[in-house]
Ligand binder design. Structure first.
Ligand SMILES: Nc1ncnc2c1ncn2[C@@H]1O[C@H](COP(=O)(O)OP(=O)(O)OP(=O)(O)O)[C@@H](O)[C@H]1O
Length: 259
């Protein structure tokens, strides 16, 4: 479904990502981990179409990925900005309205259909009881549920999650893991999820990618970018390997912190 061929990303003189090639089949759930600043969000932006590779290409069903977001791809960020002056229900409806009409307005049957869809999604993500409240009444976990409902109303085939649960308490994170796994199975989504938590990466999904620099020049820290240093099936990891990956991420973080 997705084919990444010798993809590089540079910003000015800095190489961020270096020669990444990978194949991803429909329905895979890939978790991405890596040291802070190594280019995970940049990689997601290129999948979304809000940023483009400097070299190489990303193909979706054999065609270059659209260079702007479309309804194939939905996205949920850690810091998601909902519209504070709209109710929870209207926040979901407006996501569909912006996709369907240039000015974000729907009328008549299309509006009724969008409201029905939004109500169903809020039920699925467990927010029905809050649908007439405003976002300031929501907890962090509820906001992320709302963000997921907003992404899903566009019926994406690919869901991109950029550290969506980083700010949540462990108990709420566990509930969110259950929700994402359920949505992934029910909607047959292909998911890419960035996380800082290696254990989360190994608990969720089908495949773990570790992003790290393949080579390093201490005199020129920006000369080389990150690649996929580990591509592992989830659940098949020995504790020693987990430890090794954890240490490599901590080591890269220390280099970044010392710059
Ligand atoms: N638009 C941009 N212009 C220039 N540099 C950028 C731009 N976007 C990102 N960068 C740089 O690219 C590098 C990778 O950033 P990115 O946010 O992708 O990393 P990350 O792995 O997601 O980090 P974190 O885990 O901290 O969120 C960083 O050094 C960042 O400063």
């Amino acid at each position: 479904m997705i084919e990444i061929n010798n993809m590089w990303k540079r910003y000015g003189d800095s190489v961020i990502l270096e020669n990444i090639s990978a194949r991803v089949a429909e329905g895979e759930f890939i978790t991405l981990v890596g040291a802070s600043g190594c280019g995970k969000s940049t990689f997601l932006r290129m999948l979304l179409g809000t940023d483009t590779p400097s070299q190489g290409q990303i193909l979706l069903d054999g065609k270059p990925i659209a260079d702007e977001p479309d309804s194939d791809r939905g996205v949920v960020f850690q810091q998601y900005s909902v519209f504070p002056h709209l109710t929870v229900l209207d926040n979901v409806v407006v996501a569909r309205a912006f996709a369907d009409s240039r000015f974000g307005f729907l009328f008549g049957a299309r509006k009724r259909a969008a409201i029905a869809e939004a109500e169903e999604l809020l039920n699925i993500v467990g927010l029905s009881h809050m649908q007439h409240r405003y976002p300031d009444a929501l907890s962090g976990g509820m906001r992320q549920r709302l963000a997921i409902a907003q992404a899903l109303i566009l019926k994406p085939r690919i869901l991109l999650l950029d550290e969506p649960f980083g700010a949540l308490d462990p108990g709420i994170r566990a509930d969110m893991h259950e929700l994402v796994l359920r949505l992934w199975r029910q909607h047959k989504l292909t998911i890419f999820m960035v996380t800082h938590d290696l254990k989360e990466g190994f608990h969720l999904g089908t495949r773990l990618w570790v992003f790290d620099k393949l080579r390093n020049d201490p005199q020129a820290p920006n000369a080389y970018g990150a690649g996929i240093t580990y591509d592992l099936p989830v659940g098949a990891c020995e504790p020693e390997l987990l430890e090794e990956i954890d240490q490599s991420m901590t080591a890269t973080d220390a280099v970044v912190d010392s710059l």
